[in-house]
Ligand binder design. Structure first.
Ligand SMILES: Nc1ncnc2c1ncn2[C@@H]1O[C@H](COP(=O)(O)OP(=O)(O)OP(=O)(O)O)[C@@H](O)[C@H]1O
Ligand SMILES: [Mg+2]
Length: 365
């Protein structure tokens, strides 16, 4: 978690054009010192471009980028307090691991012995203690990415920029590296800015996330807020699974918003559950699969419940996903249930009751 709260990076209305193509469309945001910050969005939305404006690899067309209180206009990449780790670990295969890690220290005035110690320390940080003499080409993908990390960290940047650093790794190693990166970031306290198009990776790793679409930040928030209170249908669809039910906004009373929702009936929600919805009329409500619960015989809802029929069952071992068509709805909703020892998985066609809670709904236009 972050130790220092002062602003480390500030974007002030940043625009970037490639010819006529408007790649960044008025980005304004602050990244705190010591924060693990992610840029998340689909391919082509401008994540790498924004990251490169921090590094100084990309000139901006208008606006300003500040790092640690300093304007970066006219500050070349090699004079910025940043370092970048790329997706394709650009290490030198013909050099040893230690030579790769120490590469950036070529012009450092410290003695050979001191530099060797710094290399050892950096290797230890990334879990490669004792690998210094190994030829870099004789490493696995995960190990090469660690070398690239060590090479960036040894220069002690204030900001480490990571452009999809884990995307070339297979799932198991990627998940292991995610945990190691979080630990490492906490240890060194450096500001990390990670680019990823993997929403799960962003949720797992980040203090805060900026979700980008088409050169704009659609929402900037901590993982839980993004997941529970997405501010638009598009953000909701991009992060995790969301069920949408058509509804009508019928009125407002006592600070609550009143809805008539297909399959659920009349519902009252809080204004905080309706970001950006100000008027009555047609809208839709979103519900995450884990906020819905299948009720077994004799079980009470404790809140509201709706009847329906199981249309699809996907068994994952620890979890089962059910698609249930609620009465009065022309499509099914997805429900995730943790499997419990001794409780049967329901068959397709089973009539069931579904518990749901008004507090878990989010309203979208
Ligand atoms: N040098 C360039 N010249 C012209 N257009 C470019 C250039 N670099 C990027 N673009 C365009 O700008 C947009 C944003 O590119 P960017 O690389 O930032 O996307 P991204 O979000 O990192 O995508 P991905 O997830 O695929 O890496 C894309 O439409 C891309 O084609
Ligand atoms: Mg990219």
């Amino acid at each position: 978690m972050s130790t220092s709260r002062a602003t480390m990076i500030e974007f002030d209305n940043v625009h970037k054009y490639y010819g006529d193509y408007h790649a960044l469309r008025g980005i304004s945001a602050r990244i705190n010192g010591g924060e693990f910050f992610s840029l998340l969005g689909p391919s082509g939305c401008g994540k790498t471009t924004l990251l490169r404006t921090i590094a100084g690899f990309e000139d901006i067309s208008s606006g300003a980028v500040m790092i640690d209180g300093r304007h970066m206009e006219n500050v070349p990449a090699n004079k910025r307090p940043t370092n970048m780790v790329f997706q394709s670990y650009a290490i030198f295969p013909h050099l040893s691991v230690a030579e790769n890690v120490g590469f950036g220290l070529r012009r450092d005035p410290r003695s050979r012995a001191e530099k060797a110690r710094a290399v050892e320390e950096a290797l230890e940080m990334v879990g490669l203690k004792g690998y210094g003499a190994r030829a870099a080409h004789a490493l696995s993908g995960g190990q090469r990415q660690r070398v690239a990390l060590a090479r960036a960290l040894i220069l002690k940047p204030k900001v480490l920029l990571l452009d999809e650093p884990l995307s070339a790794l297979d799932r198991k190693i990627r998940e292991q590296m995610q945990v190691e990166l979080i630990k490492l970031q906490r240890e060194v306290g450096i500001t990390f800015v990670l680019v990823t198009h993997d929403q799960e990776e962003a949720l797992v790793m980040s203090d805060r996330i900026a979700v980008m679409f088409e050169g704009e930040i659609a929402q900037l928030a901590d993982p839980e807020t993004l997941y529970r209170r997405p501010n638009s249908r598009r953000v909701a669809e991009f992060i995790g699974v969301m069920n949408f039910l058509p509804c009508q906004v019928t009125g407002e009373a006592g600070g609550h918003i009143q809805l008539e929702v297909a399959g659920l009936g009349q519902v009252e929600i809080e204004p905080a559950q309706a970001p950006g919805v100000t008027r009555g009329g047609p809208a839709s409500v979103g519900m995450r699969p884990e906020t819905l619960t299948i009720l077994y015989e004799g079980q009470q809802a404790g809140g509201r419940e709706a009847p329906g029929v199981v249309e699809e069952v996907v068994y994952y071992g620890d979890m089962t996903y059910y698609d249930v068509r609620l009465d009065g709805l022309d499509h099914s909703v997805r429900i995730s249930m943790r499997n419990v020892f001794g409780r049967p998985v329901l068959d397709i066609g089973t009539r069931t009751r579904v518990a749901w809670s008004p507090g878990a709904l989010v309203l979208f236009r």
